[in-house]
Write a protein that binds this ligand. Structure first.
Ligand SMILES: Nc1ncnc2c1ncn2[C@@H]1O[C@H](COP(=O)(O)OP(=O)(O)OP(=O)(O)O)[C@@H](O)[C@H]1O
Ligand SMILES: [Mg+2]
Length: 384
């Protein structure tokens, strides 16, 4: 239902006479019609949200990713791979509109996006992760990538119940947390590394202080004592950058019980390995790798960025890391596929399979690394 012209006239005159909006509406029946509610959400989306096309996609609990390729299309992943979205939103049909949207989204994450700083990586207070790139770095206009996260952190038990963690693996995962093992979570893009790490960190006893270092604060485990450190990019004059490496070193002096690296992707690998080798046990990190067997090569490549040779990375990683947990996405399923140990064999760093699980969770295999893993976790005698 709408206000009649006469009612609108009354409201206008009261406002013109200096009456507040509340009083101006006092004697007029306020009708919350469906239209008014729609108008309200539309205005909200346009002013503070992701716009009228993207916001409803992000609100859908099935959505994991929303991608805007300039004016060339919007894509959404709702569990069935990427699907094109029909767009009739003028904002997404002009280069200027998409760019303005990206700049507004970046500002909502407290970040700057302009020609001097054309790439942004940020997180909204709601936990949604934003990445945006401006032209000419992107040849197709402004590119926006949004990654959703459930508002409620999934627990390890919920991941077991939903078939993402084999029940047999749960006790190893709990033992890793309890025994302060140092673990790397590996997986391809979007495989579920951050989600799994959130669940695991929620198991850490509440009297321990967890220091999380990230590019932009994304992890939000259910834990009462979390401290976040975020990298700072250089300013317009090219100064003021604070790298992950510096943050890892700073973190060690902040009385952490656990040091967690959201994602290890550069020279900070040297500082993390040295922290884990010098008494800061119980650390967790994630790394991009297509399989657990690729993790050693990836660590060696990252170590090279920090001037470490292969032998040094192998020596440090094999003594610092107790296991690699590999998460995998196969179609709609995201699950923990493998747990491996890290060993140095003939001077080379290798992953030795301890436990592997099939995608349907029906089968679990034990590999040659199981004895060492169980010994480290102190569980062989109990479960032997
Ligand atoms: N086990 C799971 N069950 C249901 N949804 C999941 C599961 N794991 C991850 N997801 C969803 O899949 C999406 C990708 O997950 P996540 O961000 O954890 O992956 P990632 O490996 O950290 O990605 P990236 O490589 O981009 O950092 C998210 O929307 C998340 O909510
Ligand atoms: Mg992640």
């Amino acid at each position: 239902m709408r206000y009649s012209n006469q009612q609108i006239h009354q409201i206008r005159s009261r406002l013109a006479a200096g009456t507040s909006m509340v009083h101006a509406l006092e004697q007029v029946p306020i009708m919350f019609t469906e239209e008014l509610a729609q108008l309200h959400s539309q205005v909200r989306y346009e002013l503070v949200g992701a716009g009228r096309t993207l916001a409803p996609l992000l609100e859908n609990p099935a959505t994991t990713d929303v991608l805007v390729n300039g004016i060339n299309g919007v894509w959404v992943d709702q569990g069935n791979g990427l699907e094109a979205v029909q767009v009739d939103d003028p904002q997404l049909q002009s280069d200027g509109g998409v760019r303005a949207l990206a700049v507004r989204l970046a500002a909502s994450c407290g970040q700057r996006l302009d020609d001097a700083s054309p790439i942004v990586d940020g997180t909204f207070p709601s936990g949604i992760r934003l990445h945006a790139v401006l032209p000419p770095l992107s040849a197709q206009g402004t590119l926006i990538s949004l990654r959703t996260h459930r508002s409620k952190v999934l627990t390890v038990s919920e991941l077991v119940a939903s078939g993402s963690i084999h029940p047999e693996l749960e006790k190893y995962i709990c033992a890793m947390v309890e025994n302060r093992a140092n673990i790397i979570i590996s997986g391809a893009t979007g495989a579920g590394k951050t989600t799994f790490l959130n669940a695991v960190l929620s198991l850490v006893p509440s009297d321990q202080r967890i220091l999380i270092i990230e590019e932009s604060a994304e992890l939000a485990p259910m834990h009462p004592h979390i401290v976040h450190l975020q990298v700072r990019h250089a300013n317009v004059q090219g100064v003021g950058e604070i790298s992950m490496s510096e943050l890892v070193r700073a973190a060690m002096r902040m009385r952490p019980d656990r040091i967690v690296l959201g994602e290890c992707r550069g020279a900070e690998v040297r500082d993390v390995l040295s922290a884990l080798n010098t008494g800061h046990e119980g650390g967790w990190a994630t790394i991009h790798a297509n399989s657990a067997q690729d993790v050693p090569a990836r660590l060696v490549a990252l170590g090279a960025l920090a001037g470490m040779n292969e032998a040094t990375v192998a020596a440090q990683a094999s003594s610092a890391l107790d296991a690699v947990i590999h998460v995998k996405r196969e179609g709609r399923r995201r699950f923990v596929a493998q747990v491996s140990g890290m060993e140095r064999i003939g001077g080379e760093l290798v992953c030795v399979e301890a436990l592997s699980v099939s995608a349907d969770q029906k089968e679990l295999w034990r590999g040659s690394g199981i004895a060492k893993l169980e010994a480290r976790l102190g569980v062989s005698e109990v479960w032997g």
